[in-house]
Design a binder for this molecule. Structure first.
Ligand code: HEM
Length: 179
């Protein structure tokens, strides 16, 4: 029951990468040693752009692969809260990855991994666009962190306290019936 193996693998990969991206972003902008900053920037921009692709894939997969309904024990208000949180997570993940990508490319900075692969930037240089994207990136992180805290809180509540089967809709990363 629950999500198929593809959705689970992408979910846990995105979760792991986002959890690394947040401290990387905070540390690299906090005036650390230059060589550490360079490594973190290269990691943040390259992994962030991979995340953008993964999240786009995730949304397409979710829209084309219906999921079995939540257990009947989950009330209407809880369902609404869950759907709102999930929608918000997708929204802020898109805003974070797109604003980051736009900020870097319109600012004329490299995305090391994609440059090495010969993939050119999608947008031309523009200082005004880069500054707007930078502000959006800095503000949206609060929304994303708030929703992650709510999401993890709900997962722990269902998985450890209620044990009602909601957590096992997404865990383990490989579905036991191999679908
Ligand atoms: C889910 C994905 C992402 C998360 C969670 C994330 C998170 C963060 C955080 C927390 C900061 C620190 C901002 C601050 O404290 O003001 C930051 C900064 C930054 N991020 Fe991201 N980021 C993501 C995606 C990206 C992507 C895809 C790129 C570029 C390809 C990017 C480029 C940058 C840059 C350049 C900064 C430094 C701030 C600036 O000068 O613009 N980020 N990010």
């Amino acid at each position: 029951m629950g999500y198929d193996t593809t959705a689970r693998i992408v979910h846990w990969t995105v979760a792991l990468l986002v959890i690394l991206m947040i401290p990387a972003g905070l540390v690299m902008t906090s005036g650390v040693d230059r060589s550490l900053q360079n490594v973190l920037f290269a990691f943040h921009k390259s992994v962030g752009t991979i995340l953008l692709l993964l999240i786009a894939f995730r949304i397409i997969w979710r829209l084309t692969h219906p999921v079995s309904p939540l257990p009947a024990s989950v009330g209407a208000m809880q369902r609404l809260a869950a759907h709102a949180t999930h929608f918000g997570l997708y929204f802020f993940l898109i805003v974070m990855t797109v604003s980051g990508y736009v900020r870097v490319t319109t600012g004329g900075f490299p995305i090391e991994l994609f440059d090495a692969l010969g993939i050119p930037p999608l947008f031309p240089r523009s200082e005004a666009v880069a500054n707007t994207a930078k502000s959006i990136h800095a503000v949206a992180k609060y929304g994303l962190v708030l929703l992650i805290v709510m999401h993890v809180g709900a997962a722990v509540f269902h998985g450890l306290l209620l044990r009602d089967g909601v957590f096992s809709r997404m865990w383990p990363p490989f579905r036991r019936d191999s679908r």
